[in-house]
Design a protein around this ligand. Structure first.
Ligand code: ADP
Ligand code: F6P
Length: 327
C-alpha cells in the first residue's frame, strides 16, 4: 500500500506570476487543515539544493493573498539539471521527512519535477503558475489574467496618444513561445494586427493595408506583437514596416516586466486558491506526479510528463475573430 503523505514542501520556480502567493497560502492552509507539517522552500529548486527550507504555519501566509511576486522567491537553478544536484536536493528533503512536493511554476519547472519524481520516491504535484498560459490541459494558469489586464490597461493608454497623432503603434507584450497574452490583449483593445509565435504572419498583407491607409491619409493602426513572434519582437517588426513605409510615423512600446508584477486579479486569486487546495488533496488521495488544471470549470489532473510535451494551442476561431473584427 502507498505511504500517506505527512510533510509537504512547497516552492515557486521559474518566472514568477501574480497569484503565486495566493497559491502558496492555499497549499499551506489546506495542508495544516489536514494536520500535515508544511515546509516552504526558498528560491525554487535552488532552495532544495541549498537546504533553504523552513516550517510554515498559518501565520506564515497571512496577508499575502493580494501581493504579487512570491514570498518564497523564485530562481532558475542550473544544478537541478544535473543528477548530482537533484540527489543533494532529495537528501535535504529526506532528512526532514518531507514526503510530498507542490511545485508552482511553468513548463520548465514541471520538466524538473518529472525528472525528480522518476529518480526519487517523493511524489510531486504541479500548479501551473505562468503568465504565458503555455500549458495544455487547463483553461487557466495562475498569473495570466492579471498579466493580460495589465497589458490591456497599458495598451488602452497608448491608444489615446496613438489616436491623437494618427500614428502606427507596435506594442510588444511578453510571450517567448506563446501568443496568448498578445492574442487576448490585442482582441480586447481592438488591435488591427496581432503577431504571435504560433502562426506565420502575412506581413505583405499588413503592409498593403497600411499603404492603403497612407493613401487615405488615415495612418492610425495598432499592432500587438508577442516578443517571440517570427520577426523577433516589436523593434524587428518596425524595421520591416519602415522599409516599405518610409514616411509613416511608427512608434514602438515594449511593455516588458510590468506584466509580471502587481496585485493579482480576483480571477487569479480564485484559481490559485482552488488549485492550491486541490494540489494537497491530490497528494493525500495518492494522485501523484500530475499537475492540477481547471477545464470547463472542473478539476483536471494531467500527468506532468504530458503537460510538458503538449504546449497550449491557439484555436482557429480566435484567429478568425481577429481578422473579421479588424476589417
Ligand atoms: P518555467 O518554470 O517558468 O518554465 P524554467 O524553464 O526556467 O522556468 O525552469 C525553471 C527551473 O526548472 C530551471 O531553472 C531548472 O532548475 C528546472 N528545470 C527546467 N527544465 C529542467 C530539466 N529538463 N531537468 C531538470 N530541471 C529542469
Ligand atoms: O514568465 C514567462 C516570461 O514572461 C516569458 O514570456 C518571457 O520571455 C520570460 O518570462 C522572461 O523572463 P526573465 O526575464 O525572468 O528571463
Amino acid at each position: 500500500m502507498e505511504k500517506k503523505v505527512t510533510k509537504i514542501g512547497v516552492l515557486t520556480s521559474g518566472g514568477d506570476a501574480p497569484g503565486m502567493n495566493a497559491a502558496i497560502r492555499a497549499v499551506v492552509r489546506t495542508g495544516l487543515y489536514h494536520g500535515l507539517e508544511m515546509y516552504g522552500i526558498m528560491r525554487g529548486y535552488q532552495g532544495m539544493i541549498d537546504d533553504d527550507i523552513f516550517r510554515m504555519e498559518s501565520r506564515s501566509v497571512a496577508n499575502i493573498i493580494q501581493r504579487g511576486g512570491t514570498i518564497l522567491k523564485t530562481a532558475r537553478c542550473k544544478e537541478f539539471y544535473e543528477p548530482e544536484g537533484r540527489k543533494i536536493a532529495y537528501n535535504n528533503l529526506k532528512k526532514r521527512g518531507i514526503d510530498g512536493l507542490v511545485i508552482i511554476g511553468g513548463d520548465g519547472s514541471f520538466r524538473g519535477a518529472v525528472k525528480f519524481s522518476q529518480e526519487f520516491d517523493i511524489p510531486c504535484v504541479g500548479l501551473a503558475g505562468t503568465i504565458d498560459k503555455d500549458i495544455s490541459g487547463t483553461d487557466f494558469t495562475i498569473g495570466f489574467d492579471t498579466a493580460v489586464n495589465t497589458a490591456v490597461e497599458a495598451i488602452d493608454k497608448v491608444r489615446d496618444t496613438m489616436d491623437a497623432h494618427d500614428r502606427i503603434f507596435i506594442i510588444e507584450v511578453m510571450g517567448r513561445d506563446a501568443g496568448y497574452i498578445a492574442l487576448h490583449s490585442g482582441i480586447a483593445t481592438g488591435a488591427e494586427n496581432i503577431l504571435i509565435p504560433e502562426r506565420r504572419t502575412d506581413i505583405n498583407s499588413i503592409i498593403a493595408s497600411l499603404q492603403e491607409k497612407e493613401r487615405r491619409k488615415k495612418m492610425v493602426n495598432l499592432i500587438v506583437v508577442a516578443e517571440g513572434d517570427e520577426f523577433g519582437g516589436a523593434n524587428e517588426v518596425e524595421k520591416v514596416l519602415k522599409d516599405k513605409l518610409p514616411k509613416a510615423e511608427i512608434r514602438v512600446c515594449i511593455l516588458g516586466h510590468i506584466q509580471r508584477g502587481g496585485s493579482p486579479s480576483c480571477m487569479d486569486r480564485l484559481i490559485a486558491s482552488r488549485m492550491g487546495y486541490h494540489a494537497v488533496e491530490s497528494l493525500l488521495e495518492g494522485r501523484h506526479n500530475v499537475f492540477v488544471g481547471i477545464q470547463n470549470n472542473r478539476m483536471n489532473y494531467i500527468p506532468l510528463e504530458t503537460a510538458v510535451k503538449n504546449k497550449g494551442k491557439i484555436s482557429e476561431e480566435w484567429m478568425k475573430i481577429v481578422k473579421i473584427l479588424a476589417s
